[in-house]
Ligand binder design. Structure first.
Ligand code: BDR
Ligand code: CA
Length: 321
């Protein structure tokens, strides 16, 4: 039986590559793409999603959603992905239009219509949190929810403590992490080191000489420069495609473990931090107050700690071929 996916995305350069992977996967049907503000304002991110869908010749509905985080001012990542989110190469807008209606309504309806659906989130969790606030029972109809977000037990990419998606809208992240959804978390660190596309990978993709592979590399030009400035590593880091790879083929994650996880919303210094209870301190009665919600709900998040990089790259190349 074909698996059904819903993808929530703040479509910029690495999101676009993740969308290509899903839209070209023979194993899944993408029921809907819902767009949220994050890397770019929501109108731009929606336009980028439509462009990507059209480039793939796919016929998947795209819905525009939340324009800003639940409580905070939107901070976009134009410094990383370029002003248009796609490296500022002047891509012509798609002919396709977004569907009428709000992404949050579409998300609720799509889950209702497809019990057992899998959700993949590639941006701030605003749309999903809004859907869950309106319809808490939604969580029980979702088979898996694979989240690109967080910097578990490691340094973040926007602050020493936090990764961009969860930092942008930490309150939404907390709602989602407390919702009872079966969460699988793919942290930012998994896209660094050997997982980033190196010169050889880029040459291999460009040698495919097709518009999709060319776009996947070119739209990440600004992101590649920003990644170098940020980390000192040359290459194209692709957090959303790593996440999509694991969503499409869970065996790409070579070590998982389940833990209580909380999201920091109070402190300015550690806003959006993913606190992973690897030492199991949550069950200590002395810590009961701070971990009460996780303990009472007995909710643990599955965290991926390592990636089968060669297999992930093969999956990526099969989507670009
Ligand atoms: C995440 O933030 C965005 O810049 C990327 O698209 C990815 O979803 C990485 O922190
Ligand atoms: Ca993203």
């Amino acid at each position: 039986m074909t698996r059904t996916l819903l993808i929530d995305t703040d479509t910029a350069s690495d999101d676009a590559v993740a969308l290509i992977m899903a839209l070209r996967s023979p194993d899944v049907r993408v029921a809907a793409i819902t767009v949220v503000a994050g890397n770019a304002p929501v109108a731009q991110a929606t336009s980028n999603a439509l462009f990507t869908v059209e480039l793939c010749g796919a016929n998947v509905p795209v819905y525009s959603g939340a324009e800003a985080p639940l409580l905070r001012k939107l901070v976009i990542a134009d410094w990383f992905h370029g002003a248009d989110g796609l490296g500022d190469h002047g891509y012509k807008p798609a002919k396709r239009r977004a569907e009428p209606g709000h992404a949050v309504d579409a998300l609720i309806q799509t889950v209702r219509d497809n019990p057992g659906i899998e959700i993949v989130t590639l941006g701030p969790l605003t749309n999903l949190a809004m859907a869950l606030l309106r319809e808490p029972k939604l969580a029980a109809s979702v088979k898996r929810c694979v989240v690109m977000g967080g910097a578990p037990c490691c340094v973040g990419n926007v602050t020493p403590a936090a990764e961009f998606n969860l930092w942008v809208d930490p309150e939404a992240a907390r709602i989602v992490f407390r919702s009872g959804l079966p969460l699988e978390m793919v942290g930012w660190q998994l896209c660094c080191g050997g997982a980033a596309l190196d010169e050889k990978d880029v040459a291999r993709a460009l040698a495919l000489k097709n518009p999709v592979a060319e776009f996947a590399i070119r739209c990440n030009s600004a992101a590649s420069e920003a990644f170098f400035k940020q980390t000192g590593q040359r290459g194209i880091s692709l957090p959303d495609p790593v996440t999509m790879g694991i969503a499409l083929n869970p065996a790409l994650c070579t070590s998982w473990s389940a833990h209580y996880v909380e999201i920091e919303v109070s402190s300015d210094l550690t806003r959006g931090m993913t606190l992973v209870d690897r030492l199991n301190v949550a069950t200590d009665p002395r810590n009961r107050d701070v971990w009460a919600n996780a303990i009472e709900q007995d909710r643990k998040v599955h965290l991926c700690w390592s990636l089968d990089i060669p297999k992930w790259k093969e999956l990526l190349f099969s989507a670009l071929t």
